[in-house]
Design a protein around this ligand. Structure first.
Ligand SMILES: C[S@@+](CC[C@H](N)C(=O)[O-])C[C@H]1O[C@@H](n2cnc3c(N)ncnc32)[C@H](O)[C@@H]1O
Length: 263
C-alpha cells in the first residue's frame, strides 16, 4: 500500500472512532461538561498561561484537552484531519460553553491552512505515532510558532512501546526502520476494546525519543527541559494497575519502572 492509502485508512479509522470516543467511559465527557479538566496534573503545572496567549492544539481529536486549555486562559485553536472528530469537538466545546476555533486539516498542511502563527503549539498523548515524517512534523511546528513561541509536547514514552500486552516483558523493537506498522485487525480502540467497528486498518510509525528530539533541534527549536513519568493513561500492558483516584495506570509497587509518558 502506498502512503496515501495508509493515510486514508487512518482517516477512516479516526472518523469512525470519534463519536464512539465521545460516548466512551474513557474520555469522561460528562465530567468535562461539568467543569473537570481532561489534562494531567503535570500538564497544568508545566504549561502556564500568561493570559490570553494563542495556543494551537495539533491532532486535537474530540477536543477534550483543547477545551481544558481554553478554560486555563489560552486563546485556543484545535486542528485535526478527521472532520468527524472536529464536528464532535465543536459540539462538545459549545456544551462546555468554551470558545475554540476548530479547523479540519492534515497536520502537514497546517501552516498553509491556518496562515498564521501561535505563542504556543501543544500536542498531546497518542499523536506522533500517526505521523510518518517526524522531521517534517518538527518543521511544521517551527513554522507555526511565533518567534520566541513555545512547543509543549506530551506523549506516551517511545520506550513504553517495547512492552508486550501481557506482563512486564520486552516484546517489540524500540528502533524503527521507518516503515509503517500496519495492523489490519484493530477492532475497537484503546477507549473501548469491545465495540464493533468497520474500519480496522491502522498504519503507525515508531519514533524514538532521539528521533523526536533531534527532529525538533534540527528544525531550529531549542529544548529547555525533558521530563519523564512512570504513569500512563491506558492499559498499555495488563501488568499495570489502575489508580481510580488519579485515573492513571501505574507500575505495581516493587516492579522496576520504565518511563511511560514524557513531556
Ligand atoms: C490519539 S488522538 C490524539 C489524542 C488526544 N491527545 C486525546 O486524547 O484526545 C490522535 C489524533 O490524531 C489525528 N491525526 C492522525 N493523523 C493526522 C494527520 N496526518 N493530520 C492531522 N490529524 C491527524 C486523529 O484524527 C486523532 O484525532
Amino acid at each position: 500500500m502506498d502512503r496515501e492509502e495508509l493515510i486514508v485508512s487512518n482517516l477512516d479509522w479516526w472518523n469512525e472512532r470519534a463519536p464512539l470516543h465521545v460516548a466512551s467511559a474513557f474520555y469522561h465527557v460528562d465530567d468535562l461538561i461539568n467543569g473537570a479538566s481532561a489534562l494531567d496534573e503535570f500538564e497544568e503545572r508545566e504549561l502556564v498561561s500568561h493570559g490570553g496567549e494563542s495556543l494551537l492544539h495539533l491532532q486535537c481529536h474530540i477536543g477534550t484537552d483543547t477545551i481544558s486549555w481554553a478554560r486555563r486562559g489560552f486563546d485556543v485553536t484545535g486542528l485535526d484531519f478527521s472532520e468527524v472528530a472536529i464536528r464532535e469537538a465543536a459540539q462538545l466545546g459549545s456544551q462546555c460553553g468554551v470558545t475554540v476555533k476548530w479547523i479540519t486539516s492534515d497536520l502537514y498542511q497546517a501552516p498553509q491552512t491556518l496562515g498564521r502563527t501561535f505563542d504556543v503549539v501543544y500536542t498531546g498523548k497518542g499523536a506522533l505515532v500517526w505521523l510518518d515524517d517526524i522531521k517534517l512534523w518538527a518543521d511544521v511546528v517551527n513554522q507555526l510558532l511565533k518567534p520566541g513561541g513555545r512547543l509543549y509536547l506530551v506523549e506516551f514514552h517511545p520506550v513504553s512501546e517495547v512492552l508486550g500486552e501481557k506482563g512486564w516483558s520486552i516484546e517489540y523493537d524500540y528502533f524503527s526502520d521507518g516503515e509503517a506498522i500496519i495492523e489490519d485487525q484493530t477492532m475497537g480502540s484503546y477507549a473501548d476494546r469491545d465495540v464493533t467497528t468497520r474500519a480496522n486498518r491502522t498504519a503507525t510509525w515508531q519514533h524514538t525519543l532521539g528521533d523526536i528530539i533531534s527532529a525538533l533541534t534540527g528544525a531550529g527549536l531549542s529544548i529547555k527541559w525533558l521530563h519523564e513519568y512512570p504513569h500512563t493513561h491506558f492499559e498499555r500492558t495488563d501488568a499495570l494497575f489502575f489508580d481510580p483516584e488519579r485515573r492513571t495506570y501505574q507500575v505495581p509497587p516493587g516492579t522496576p519502572r520504565l518511563p511511560l509518558l514524557f513531556s
